[in-house]
Design a binder for this molecule. Sequence first.
Ligand code: ACM
Length: 663
Amino acid sequence: MRLIAMIFGAAVLAQAQNLIPAPARLVAGQGKFLITEKFHVAFSGYREPRLEAAAIRLVARLAKRTGLAIGRIPGAGNAPAALTIACEKAGARVQNVREGESYSLTVSPAGARLHAPNPLGILRGMETFLQLVDQDSEGFFAPAVNIEDTPRFPWRGLMIDVSRHFMPPEAIKRNLDAMAAVKLNVFHWHLSDDQGFRVESKLFPKLQGMGSDGLYYTQAQVREIVAYARSRGIRVVPEFDVPGHTSSWFPGYPELAATPGPYEIERDGGTACMDPARESTYRFLDKFIGEMAALFPDPYLHTGGDEVSAKQWDANPRIRAFKKRHGMKHSHELQAYFEKRLAAIVKKHGKRMMGWDEILQPGLAKNVVVQSWRGQKSLDEAARQGYLGILSHGYYLDLMLPASQHYAADPLGNGGASLTPEERTRILGGEACMWDELVTPENLDGRIWPRNAAIAERLWSPGTVTDVESMYRRLEILSRELERDGLTRVSGYRLMLERLAGGYALEPVKTLADIVEPVKEYKRMSTGRYTSFTPLNRLVDCARPESETARHFGKLVDRLTAGQASADEREALRTWLVRWRDNDARLKPALELELLKEAAPLSNDVAALAEAGLGALERIAAGKHDPEWAEGQSALVARAREPRAELLISIVPLIEKLIAAAR
Ligand code: ACM
């Protein structure tokens, strides 16, 4: 790995290699810095309340982690400090996309020094310092290192949809903490959609009043979250998705809609659309955006623009006549007209407009930023045409894909090579997207993390950092850290599984849940069975997008089939298989329960697959090839591959490998 320039102590280096995202440059030093009750933070340069608060949080996290009663108040001046913070000067009053985030961190047995030109760099370096901390028989320590770090892309975001399911402020805050831990710097807040309008408007109170079921953020809560994000070096970009995805605006303000109401909040996604052919629509948006522009300090304001259905436009004779008058043949020309008017409004209120890639139409103002979700091509196209852009295609967390797949997506990947150096600088970075049709505050954290950290690394670390095995190893370490710092990925999972167990033993439910995964992409949504009222409390809602257990088991299978498995590894394989084989009987009573009934065929097949796996192990151990037996397993494998209860059994391909090896 180029990243590790020099190697001294192997043990301490191991911890430095746990960093995620991997730093731009790391040189391992000699020895380690012991963390004791004497640990404290001091400032040797510029200081401000944001940095002092960050230092207090750092010490609190360290105290919780180590159990050491370390002092909470950052010291001043020249007192010898455990961690010295040397910040050169203040940052921007409102964080901006080009604000530097680089830092250097030197740890030696004598102490640590974190230096950065501005507070943002200090915040990033503090997270690195915390990730360095480990323990051995002598206690807690940070390994001696010299890190020079800077991000590859300036825009590294996470979008959370709070419309389809409302996410209370505490759910947002704990995710902001987790974002900060992996150096993400933009929280894109998808605040309105068909299923809910989630911000208090004082000018148009029927927006939240009739469009949210009472589930919205007050302006005071918005300010609090924006301040919370800023204190962690995270910008907040609000999105108000127009002109489509707007049903929730219309119960209160039906005059905005392209067809007459009355309207109710859509519970399963709609095709309602704003009327782009009436001046009153723009007057409304002008006032509304003015209000939101004052509420959200970020220079960018996202106005959506995706998936506009022209149905309502085409059905309205007045809109058809408007199109004709303006010489427009297609509805995308009408959307281009709308976006042009909107960009002028956003600009008038001192903001820069941003939208999904559908808005990339002739005539779009050049200062608009394009968010590419339908494919990477549109990002390259935007850059070629002179627009700034970010990538989200490849970073859709709702598709239930493995972290490795997201990790492989690169804002400068594929087509990036065909861009000129100048065009490439227009690609600002990327954003993971968490669409929440099938997500609630209970399973939100497990849907976002740890996969989102793989995306965070792609956006921060040098493009040469691509080792998938290393990424997965570090994700697991990070997951434990994030939980300790407040995420509910593990605790939420457990609570949901306990509900399913209905008073029976939790462990067999967890054994099954650990090796099933929700069906991929939009297979669940396309069943048509979901509305925003559907409880999301089934096994599929608990199950991880990517089974960690299956990945570990898969490694053992690979070792065995390559003839490299040790006796311990063979025993570990057997132990898993026996456990899965016997789990069905242990789960039987809970499988009678209403909520878990649908999992019975899965549990049954897991037992049969495990039995087949054990059969394969025996044959492999005996060096016996048994094509007839292997053939006999094919019906089971074919059945087990099929989704049931919207779940896939993640060990099927691994059992197939074992069977193939015994063939
Ligand atoms: C989108 O996924 N419709 C932006």
